[in-house]
Design a protein around this ligand. Sequence first.
Ligand SMILES: Cc1ncc(COP(=O)(O)O)c(C=O)c1O
Length: 377
Amino acid sequence: MNYRTRLIHAGRDRDPYTGASSIPIYQTSTFAQADPEHLGHYDYARSDNPTREALEEAIAALEGGARGLAFASGMAAISSVFLLFRPGDHLVVGEAVYGGTYRVLQGLFHQWQLDVSFVDTRDPDAVRRAIRPSTRALFVETPANPLLQITDLRAMAALAAEHGLLSIVDNTFMSPYLQRPIECGFDIVVHSATKFLGGHSDLIAGLVVARTAEVGRRLKTIQNSFGGILGPQDSWLTLRGIKTLGVRMDAQQESADAIARWLREQPAVRRVYYPGLPDHPGREVHFGQASGASAVVSFELADGPAAVAFLKAVHLPLVGVSLGGVETILSYPATMSHASVPRAERQARGISDGLVRLSVGLEDAEDLIADLRDAFG
Ligand SMILES: Cc1ncc(COP(=O)(O)O)c(C=O)c1O
C-alpha cells in the first residue's frame, strides 16, 4: 500500500465494536468485568483504553515497529523511555536535541545518577569516542532544531548495534510520512505528536514506537506503572490529525521550499537553513534517509534588534512556541526554545540573536511571502 493509503487505514480504521468510521472517544476510567476471577482485556483505562489503543496501533504500523504507546506529551514519552535505564548507566545524546530533553536529563535524571555525554552526532567518530563500557543508549534527533543539522541514521544505528546500545531517535520534525528510522535500524522512535502528527496546534501529545515486542513490553510496563498516558479525547484528535498528515505535509513542504528559496534572495536575510536547499550541509545524507525536507525553515537576520523588529511586524504567522500546525508559526530561539541555553553557548552553537524559525503552515505561500516582505520593510 502507498503511504497515503496507510495513513487512512493503519491500525484500526473503524471501531471493532460498532463499525463507526471514527474510533469513538471511550471516555471511561473502568470497564465492567463479566468474570471477577478472570479480568477481560480492558479493566482500567490507565492500562488500556480502546481509543488510545487505536492510536498506538496506528503509530506502530506507520513507523514499522512492533508496539506503539501514547503519552500525555512528547516530554512524557521521552522521559518514559529514559526510565528504561538504571543509576550508573551512561547515555550518548546529540548536543542539539530539544531543550526539554536536555533539561530532563541534566536535571531530573542526573539526580538518579543517569550519566550523559552530549556530542555532535553529525560526527560518527565523536559518538564512537564518547561510548564507554557503561553506555547503554544513543539518542539522536535529525534534523536538529533550530539549524536543521543532519545526523546519519544508518551510521548511528550501526554504531549502536556494534556496541550493544539501544538506539533512540526523536522523529518529531519529520514524522513517519517523511522519515522512518526503524527502517534504518533504530530501536525506538519518539515523537512530540503535538507537532506534525496532531497538526492543528490543538493538543499536547507524545508517542513512542519500539522496533521489537520485547522493548515494547518493557515500555508498556513503564507506561502503566508511571501513568503518563494520553487521554481518550487527545488520542482521538491525534488519530484524526494522522489521517491528513500526508496532504498537509506535502502542501506545507512545497510552500516551505518556495519560501526558503525566496528568503535566500532577500537582502535582510544573512543565511537560510533548510534541508531542501541544494547547499544545505548534510542534504545528501538527509535525502538518503528521508523523502522530504519537511516544513521548518530557519533564517538569520542581521542581529537581535532586527529579529525582534521583524517578529513584531509580521501579521500572518503566529509568533510563538511550537511548530507543525496548519497555521504558520514564527519562533525566536533566543527567548523561546533556547532561552535556557546561556547566550555564549548559544552563539558558539551558531544560534545567534538574529535567528528566527518559521514553521510553514497551510496558508497560500504567496500570501505568506507578501507578509514576510512587508515585515522586512
Ligand atoms: C523535537 C521535539 N521533541 C520533543 C518535544 C517535546 O514535546 P511536547 O511539547 O509535546 O512535550 C518538542 C517540543 O517542542 C520538540 O520540538
